[in-house]
Design a protein around this ligand. Structure first.
Ligand SMILES: Nc1ncnc2c1ncn2[C@@H]1O[C@H](COP(=O)(O)OP(=O)(O)OP(=O)(O)O)[C@@H](O)[C@H]1O
Ligand SMILES: [Mg+2]
Length: 275
């Protein structure tokens, strides 16, 4: 078997997403999302993403891990039109997403659950789900019932204000809200943050369950070991770039990735220069 971990710095010219093979699982060979060499940032003159690449095949579960401040959330936001992109390409199918507003991107079939402030605290669970479906026409009852089936706890709490939910329930509501759009691609930014180990496992099981229904997923995670264990492929970000990529299990077993990014849950920036 050939070397499957791709280290960006060893790939010249820069790795093209179409050269990466999808995993053995029943994944389509069709690329649904292709982020190529994206440079982006919040403030003029400061690039946070410095040539980031990421690809997702239809049906894939792809995780993005890396140190605090590596640019994981910025990458998620750039895909969703929330950060100005200065150069590069973001293709969703045939469509270039750069320059589109989030509400236009939602209509293309992408849902995004941000790291923070991902529900409306003063609205009920039920109203939050309705808000999730705001771009859809017609009767959303069926969709809502389906969401309650996936997250039974939300059905129990349907009339409760979102602000009174526990951390895990709130995260489930945020995911449920995103699913109300029946997205082709779901972007989750740290859904397991600040949850107890049991709840983390519940959330990861739900993510796998959602993925098995055919929804492609980008999972940004601090909980790197768990994320790599369930992901088809993973990307390790460092200083605004994809430093490593490969199958989830291969990255998990890669000594360099393990030493720098999987050590004892310590996610401080590595002091060792890995370029
Ligand atoms: N709204 C913003 N305005 C200006 N700079 C920002 C903004 N959000 C993030 N940054 C900066 O961009 C860099 C990358 O941040 P980002 O949130 O993408 O990292 P991350 O990998 O998601 O980190 P974490 O693991 O802590 O969530 C950081 O230096 C951060 O300070
Ligand atoms: Mg983040």
């Amino acid at each position: 078997m050939g070397r499957v971990i791709l280290r960006r710095s060893r790939l010249i010219p820069i790795m093209n997403a179409s050269q990466i093979e999808p995993t053995d699982r029943q994944i389509s060979t069709q690329l649904i999302l292709e982020v190529r060499n994206v440079v982006a940032g919040y403030v003029e003159g400061v690039d946070i993403l410095q040539g980031a690449n990421l690809s997702v095949y239809e049906g894939e579960l792809v995780t993005v891990i890396g140190s605090n401040g590596a640019g994981k959330s910025t990458l998620a936001k750039a895909i969703f039109g929330l950060v100005p992109v200065r150069s590069g390409e973001i293709l969703f199918g045939e469509r270039n997403l750069i320059g589109l507003k989030p509400e236009q991107i939602v209509r293309q079939g992408i849902s995004y659950v941000p790291q923070v402030a991902n529900v409306f605290p003063s609205l009920s669970v039920s109203d939050n789900l309705d808000m999730g479906a705001y771009t859809r026409d017609g009767n959303i009852k069926e969709l809502k019932d389906k969401t309650y089936e996936i997250f039974p706890v939300l059905a129990k709490r349907r009339n409760q204000r979102a602000g009174t939910l526990s951390g895990g329930e709130r995260q489930m509501l945020a995911m449920g809200r995103a699913l109300m759009l029946e997205p082709r691609l779901l972007i989750l930014d740290e859904p397991s943050a600040a949850l107890s180990p049991i709840l983390v496992q519940d959330i990861f099981n739900l993510i796998q369950q959602i993925n098995r229904t055919g929804t492609s997923i980008i999972l940004v995670e601090q909980n790197a070991r768990k994320a790599l264990a369930i992901a088809d492929r993973g990307y390790v970000m460092h200083l605004g770039k994809d430093e490593f990529t490969g199958k989830g299990t291969d990255l998990l077993n890669n000594p360099e990735v393990a030493e720098l990014y999987l050590g004892m849950g310590n996610f401080c920036k590595p002091s060792k220069d890995i370029s």
